[in-house]
Design a protein around this ligand. Sequence first.
Ligand code: 6R9
Length: 647
Amino acid sequence: MTDKTYPPSPEMAANAHINAAKYEEMYASSVADPIAFWAEQGKRIDWIKPYTNVRDVSFAKEDLHIRWFDDGELNVCANCVDRHLPARADQTAIIWEPDSPDTPAQHITYAQLHDKVQRFANVLKELGVGKGDRVVIYLPMIPEASYAMLACARIGAIHSIVFAGFSPDALADRINDSEAKVVITADHAPRGGRVTPLKSNADAALLRCEDHVKCLVAKHTGGQTTWVEGRDYDLGAMMEAAATDCPPEPMNAEDPLFILYTSGSTGKPKGVVHSSGGYIVYASMTHEITFDYHDGDVFWCTADVGWVTGHSYIVYGPLANGATTLMFEGVPTYPDAGRFWEVCAKHKVNQFYTAPTAIRALMGKGTEFVEKHDLSSIRILGTVGEPINPEAWNWYNDVVGKGKCPIVDTWWQTETGGHLLTPLPGATATKPGSATTPFFGVEPIVLDPQTAEEITTTEAEGVLCMKQSWPGQMRTVWGDPERFYDAYFSQYPGYYFTGDGCRRDADGYYWITGRVDDVINVSGHRMGTAEVESALVAHAKVAEAAVVGYPHEIKGQGIYCYVTLMDGVEPTDALRTELSNWVRTEIGPIAKPDVIQWAPGLPKTRSGKIMRRILRKIAENDVSSLGDTSTLAEPAVVDDLIANRGG
Ligand code: 6R9
């Protein structure tokens, strides 16, 4: 691990919104008097009724509640669209870059966005959607996805986006858990030259949902779909016929804006609920400050809107700031490994934000794919989703940034709404692999996992918690407030527990060491090992399964499954493929196992608890340090697993 530091260039420090002195001063005041600090910052948003209560928070079990600006009223859509019309009606709000470079890009101005969103909102109303109702969005990366989000926000409906890579079963679970009235989908989703039959996935999901759930279908490829009369609605035709005017609904700051399901360490994914007021203040502020966004810049976040990164940094943050945001339908390697850079050059991207897994995949293809394209417009580079290894950081810095673009390694979570730890381009000297220092108002602490005591020395290693709330913090788990407490506040009472381990170095910089729970991070996507296990044991031939992560060169972590078959079932390669495809259909392609090892037995304690620590070591091929195995019921199973590693 290198501790070489990269200070901001004098030019960056002089021109950025925040320089080092300003960061110190603002950070100090943000934690000394958070109420005054956020009272001021809240003004970046237009309020229909101004707030007087800035913060009302308790992390205590009996009284858990998180409220920001809670007597204020606003409309998030009006903040992302209408308020920019006087100055920016003809400025591009969204640049849409399709999967194929041969299809022309679209430039959607703020005036056009206003028109689309109002029509879309009227379509939703026609389908009976009103304030507080849930709408599931299951769309490819097409402009309609942003229209749908903003249309929901306009009428006060709560959207829940389901990543288009998820299976019909995963989609049905989310429709049912949120009791959605409508699911919005498209005929087909092209990605990387391949096509997913999205509408037929939705058809399959809807077989498992209540009969009254309606399906609103966008025509994208024009590919064939089946049509259920009375349930399916044609978005294009309804938009055309819809009234053009739809006034924004005044919403309380604490009314939910969206639900987004994410994996936890136990059970089914949880519906993370975000607020309207606090979320939009935080998304907009972090977007402007972390990426040093200036008027006229073109901002590109390569995430999918199915993940929180797409919510905060493709749609809500940039549009709240009147930015031009780029939305990309494709993948980094199609038609070749130069696609990202071709798009950056074509649209003169100023800030480019991606995931370490994409960087590692592109690194392996050689520098010529980068060098072919003029990247001189890029000023800031960003990463998110997982720890970035120094080799990838250096490649990003040298080859993409030509040593001139600060890299913001932003650490945050679905639950946090926006960045919590991140360098600021004009203020922070970066170190490859470190998410560096806290954003304004954020008070990280490191706790000893054994004693649950705060480690107060500057240098520290332990679990990462937050001492104070910030406006973008999630408010609850949809339909399950107890789970909200159990998942985030029960482990270290009084603090928000992130689920991540970290190290704080002598300069006070934070280095995320990865999850300390049973969540793995595959290509920047969160996956609960329990979800993959329950998919495996749902197969008739599987008796038991244990799933762990292991280091994977491109994906960060790969999915390693130990599977015990039912008595008498033959362990064949064909069965291995069958199980792998099974998981893929149960959850989605991102959950496809990388390794399935047949396990005649699993290492368990005498009380029957699977010793995952040992399974992780075997998967990592680090069998010399298995640690204490004395509590195992049957130590011999470990030798068998080691002998048959990987197979
Ligand atoms: C935004 C997002 C959250 C988990 C988080 C952590 C990991 C995210 C990171 C990072 C190291 C970074 N993570 N950013 N680890 N450095 N810059 O990714 O949300 O999908 O909820 O994942 O991802 O482990 O706890 P989400």
